[in-house]
Write a protein that binds this ligand. Structure first.
Ligand code: NAD
Length: 366
């Protein structure tokens, strides 16, 4: 077991029999600041699987925070339990007490299986909570900056491919018209683009059809897997992970893949395969960082203009990543990882100027 966690700074097991709470908090790296990462709730089949999820996801957060240039490191929490039957205000208060015991080393909020409202209970026990509803002082719906980040990423990708970041007059295929996908589709229709869209939810499709009637762009609905084979310029995955794999890459006719879905590549090698096929891949954790930027920004008090400004920087980060990938003949995934590792290394060098006791206090939210 110690082998498994040797890349992480610390792992905390949280056990509270009175509320039934069983949780794991993994802190991967705090070079850039306190660890930040959502809290996932799932009925994990075994403790080992819960630990592995926490370790993997917290490491991913270290890279995502570095890429988004927020002053946080990587962490993640998982609660072992069924979100439909095992939740209670007391359980989330107990979880909040464990988070508080870390004295500002870990900030958390909603993820799969948990809602912003759950953490209103946790917040009674600790100030280290982000992403709570606006009426409780939070910054509200994170899909707004996430969708803006996707649009900036599309512009950067167009700039890298065609020397202009104009999105109009192009065609896009969008998988998933939920909170993020719908907003991206709406913006592209406003710009006069042609869209191919798919969703398993008929209501979401109906809503975008109605919207398109009043906008300059045009829209075609396609069924399920047909989305992979349409003749679009860019594929925008906004639903599931793992959808870039051997099967789909062989069907894709697009020039680029740029979307919000988490963990789009089934395996890392699929990032390389996309490049070999001449398809430019914008790494998902760089593209979808708008939501993270918003929750990280909450520490200074909610401010939409500041969040938008920071989200715009995704454009320049992606251009740098594309350039490194081209110059060094490496995949864009590898280039993105190096981009983030370099930021962490640079900070380590700077940190060495301070003695440990003189470092700034992490707990800034009071
Ligand atoms: P959502 O649940 O609101 O929307 C997902 C949409 O995808 C739904 O409309 C759903 O019906 C559709 N869908 C599910 N399976 C599908 C399939 N097989 N084919 C076509 N459509 C399918 O989620 P969201 O908040 O819009 O997030 C979309 C993706 O972006 C997710 O992968 C999420 O993890 C990621 N993401 C979201 C945010 C955010 O701020 N919301 C931030 C970072 C990453």
């Amino acid at each position: 077991m110690f082998e498994k966690i040797s890349q992480h700074e610390s792992v905390l097991f949280c056990n509270d029999p009175s509320t039934g709470l069983k949780a794991i908090i993994a802190i991967h790296d705090t070079t850039l600041g306190p660890a930040l990462g959502g809290c996932r709730m799932r009925p994990y089949p075994s403790t080992d699987e819960a630990i592995e999820d926490a370790l993997r996801l917290s490491k991913g957060m270290t890279y995502k925070c570095a890429g988004a240039d927020v002053d946080f490191g990587g962490g993640k929490a998982v609660i072992i339990g069924d979100p439909l039957t095992d939740k209670s205000p007391e359980l989330f208060r107990a979880f909040g007490q464990f988070v508080d015991s870390l004295n500002g080393r870990f900030y958390t909020g909603t993820d799969m299986g948990t809602t912003p409202e759950d953490f209103v209970h946790s917040q009674k026990e600790t100030p280290c909570i982000v992403g709570i509803p606006e009426e409780f002082g939070g910054s509200g719906d994170s899909s707004v900056p996430t969708a803006q980040g996707v649009i900036y990423s599309l512009r950067a990708t167009m700039q890298a491919m065609e020397g202009t970041d104009d999105l109009s007059g192009k065609s896009y295929s969008i998988q998933g018209l939920g909170k993020v996908g719908f907003k991206v589709a709406e913006k592209l229709l406003e710009d006069g683009a042609h869209l191919y869209v798919t969703d398993i939810n008929g209501k979401a499709l109906q809503q975008i059809i109605e919207k398109a009637e009043f906008l300059p762009g045009t829209l075609e609905v396609v069924e399920g897997e047909e989305i992979y084979g349409v003749n679009a310029d860019v594929f925008i995955p906004c639903a599931l992970g793992g959808i870039i794999n051997d099967y789909t890459i062989d069907r894709l006719k697009v020039k680029a893949v740029v979307g919000s879905a988490n963990n789009q590549l089934l395996e890392d090698r699929h990032g390389v395969y996309l490049g070999q096929k001449g398809i430019l891949y914008a790494p998902d954790y760089i593209v979808n960082a708008g939501g993270l930027i918003q929750v990280a920004d909450e520490l200074y008090g909610p401010n939409k203009a500041r969040v938008l400004n920071k989200t715009k920087a995704i454009y320049d980060s992606l251009l740098k990543i594309f350039q490194t990938s081209k110059e060094q003949n490496i995949s864009t995934v590898e280039a993105a990882n190096r981009f983030c590792e370099m930021k962490i290394e640079q900070r380590k060098t700077r940190n060495s100027f301070f003695s440990h006791s003189k470092r700034p206090k992490w707990q800034v939210k009071h």
